[in-house]
Structure formats: structure tokens, C-alpha cells
Design a protein around this ligand. Structure first.
Ligand code: HEC
Length: 142
């Protein structure tokens, strides 16, 4: 009896360890593609979030080129919300909501506003997509 409960305890521990490892794997990298979450953040998410803040908050867009760059940044942020939901990356509902409800919907709103050259509406979209960073990082970034 004692021996049996010890081995079931051991089985539970092995299972939990495997689950934790699997979860970490999903958060930091997809299952098959080489791109890590850190690379995605460093190369796409962070620089394009910074570009949106600089181009809409620190200064107002003036030239055609300014609007073109804003459109590029917001589209890449939108695209990153799809990358982060693919290849078995998504570990839970917090991640999914941050990606889909905040990052994807917010960037789609901002993209529409940027196409119409509406600064106020673009800022509202950026605020919504910006909420995704904190929502996901609070739970998933060490
Ligand atoms: C769905 C989850 C999720 C969302 C949304 C998200 N991040 Fe991240 N981010 C992570 C995770 C997980 C890490 C940690 C990656 C690691 O250390 O392996 C991270 C790391 C980072 C880092 C550190 C990268 C490095 O060099 O170590 C930066 C900067 C960053 N995120 C910026 C942002 C910004 C800005 C946003 C919002 C526009 C954002 N992230 C949205 C999950 C997310």
C-alpha cells in the first residue's frame, strides 16, 4: 500500500515536471519553427511598438512617408499576433486573449485609422494593442 502510493506520487511528479517543461517550451519557442519568442520581441514587436509611439505620440505624422511607416509598423504587429498563436506557442487563455483581443484587434483598429490618417483613432488602437504587452508579460515573461 505504502509502496504503491509512493509510486503514484512519483508518477504525478514526473507528469507535472513534463507539463512544466512543455509549457516553458511553448512560451519561449514554437514546436517546430526556429524563431524564438525573444527574437520575435526583439526584432518585430518592440521596435515597431516604439515606432508607433514615436510616430503618433512623440510627434504627429506629417508626410506620406510618416504614414507609410506607421502602416508598416502596425501591420507587422498585427502579423506577430498570428505568429504567436501558431506552432503550438499558445499555452493558455491569458496568452490567447492578449494576442487576439488586444494585439490583433487593437492593431487592426489602428491599421484602419492609419489608412484614413486619423490620429485620434490610431492612438485608441495603439492603446488597445499596447495592453497586450503587460497582460501577457505579467504571466509569461520571467
Ligand atoms: C502573448 C504574449 C506576449 C505578448 C502579447 C507580448 N509579449 Fe513580449 N514577451 C513575451 C514573452 C514570453 C517574453 C520572454 C521571452 C523569453 O525570455 O524567452 C517576452 C519578452 C519581451 C521582451 C524582451 C526580449 C528580450 O530581448 O529578452 C520585450 C522587449 C518585449 N517582450 C516587448 C513586448 C512589447 C512591446 C509587447 C506589446 C506590443 C509585447 N512584448 C507583447 C510574450 C509576449
Amino acid at each position: 500500500m505504502k509502496k504503491r502510493s509512493f509510486s503514484s506520487l512519483l508518477a504525478v511528479l514526473v507528469f507535472l515536471t513534463a507539463a512544466v517543461v512543455a509549457t516553458n517550451g511553448q512560451v519561449k519557442k514554437g514546436k517546430t519553427r526556429p524563431l524564438t519568442t525573444e527574437q520575435l520581441m526583439e526584432a518585430i514587436v518592440k521596435p515597431h511598438m516604439t515606432a508607433l509611439k514615436k510616430g503618433l505620440i512623440d510627434a504627429k505624422p506629417a508626410s506620406d512617408d510618416d504614414w507609410k511607416h506607421l502602416a508598416l509598423s502596425v501591420s507587422l504587429l498585427n502579423e506577430s499576433s498570428f505568429i504567436m498563436m501558431e506552432d503550438g506557442r499558445c499555452p493558455d487563455q491569458v496568452w490567447a486573449d492578449a494576442c487576439v483581443k488586444d494585439l490583433r484587434e487593437g492593431s487592426a483598429m489602428a491599421a484602419e485609422a492609419i489608412a484614413k490618417r486619423d490620429v485620434e483613432a490610431a492612438l485608441a488602437g495603439v492603446k488597445k494593442l499596447g495592453a497586450s504587452c503587460k497582460a501577457c508579460h505579467t504571466k509569461h515573461k520571467e
